[in-house]
Design a protein around this ligand. Structure first.
Ligand code: DGL
Length: 294
């Protein structure tokens, strides 16, 4: 057996959001061990400059590489958008971001080739999704909308609340207006179904931030209220599939039959991480250890 296959997979995010990606990784690769690092002392990354994001992401990756992981997953859209190439050239193990896998998923499911992306300010400003999708499908059209209030809503645990539903509906409404699908004062998109049959309208939406799958019900509800039926693409599920293929091809899959383990590291309060993490995973994080990153 290839010894590298027995090592853990390192996963990091700016905080708790990457747990949505970890959840998908654990379901797809149940026999693997994972070390998850949440940089909770420096969250959010989404409003920071590219230089700061690269610096933070590099220091997180270094912590995991020092723990001898066999591969790294950047379970954060913002860090994937800005730091993927820096990490690939700094560290000599396979590094996976979330942008390419979920872009591939969106291109595969979209009939109309008109794809929406929602994410943090830094992710949308990087234009990474437009470039990734253009590489895969040059004729595709991409519309993007930053939704900066979604992360604090989730971090506060305000997922299933009236303020969350109002904020989500407001952002989705602004997004539809920016695509000229609604005007000021409209309650819904006119003739959406007819346009969809003709493949002339957005039919796919990338949840381009780790926190957004937690708001999936509110996002679904808002789209439904506006009369829009799109397929939602989740970066965790897409990244898990890409990682599985790469590990298989590189003969780096763990070969045991027992379930793997997950350990957790955070740069701020472990208890807070555990309590917020409950809304992200079926089995909430346990034995969370605090580390300092300079
Ligand atoms: N994890 C980040 C992302 O996916 C969201 C949280 C943050 O802004 O740091 O973009």
């Amino acid at each position: 057996m290839n010894r590298a296959s027995e090592k853990a997979i390192g996963v990091f995010d700016s905080g708790v959001g990457g747990l949505t990606v970890l959840e998908a990784l654990r379901q797809t690769l149940p026999h693997e061990d994972f070390v998850y690092l949440g940089d909770t002392a420096r969250v959010p990354y989404g409003n920071r400059t590219p230089q700061t994001i690269v610096r933070y992401a590099t220091s997180c990756a270094r912590q995991l590489v020092e723990r001898d992981v066999k591969a790294l997953v950047i379970a954060c859209n913002t860090a994937s958008a800005h730091a993927l190439s820096a990490l690939r050239s700094t560290f000599h193990i396979p590094v996976f971001g979330v942008i390419e896998p979920v872009s591939q998923m969106a291109v595969d499911v979209s009939q109309s080739g008109i794809i929406g992306v929602i994410g943090t300010r830094a992710t949308i400003a990087s234009d990474c999704y437009r470039r990734a999708i253009a590489n895969l499908s040059p004729t595709a059209r991409v519309y993007a909308q930053p939704c900066p209030l979604f992360v604090p809503l989730v971090e506060e645990g305000w997922v299933d609340t009236l303020p969350a539903r109002i904020i989500v509906k407001t952002y989705i409404g602004e997004f539809l207006k920016s695509m000229n699908l609604m005007q000021e004062g409209d309650f819904c998109v006119k003739n959406y179904s007819e346009k969809k049959k003709e493949n002339g309208i957005i039919d796919t939406l990338i949840l381009g931030c780790t926190h957004y799958p937690v708001l999936r019900d509110a996002i679904d509800m808002a789209l439904n209220d506006y009369g829009v039926e799109v397929t939602l693409c989740d970066c965790g599920v897409a990244t898990a599939r890409a990682l599985e293929c790469a590990l298989r091809e590189g003969e780096m899959m763990h070969t045991r039959r027992e379930l793997g383990t997950t350990s957790y590291l955070v740069t701020d309060d472990p208890e807070l991480f555990t309590s917020i993490g409950r809304s992200f995973m079926k089995q909430p994080p346990v034995n969370v250890e605090h580390i300092d990153i300079l």
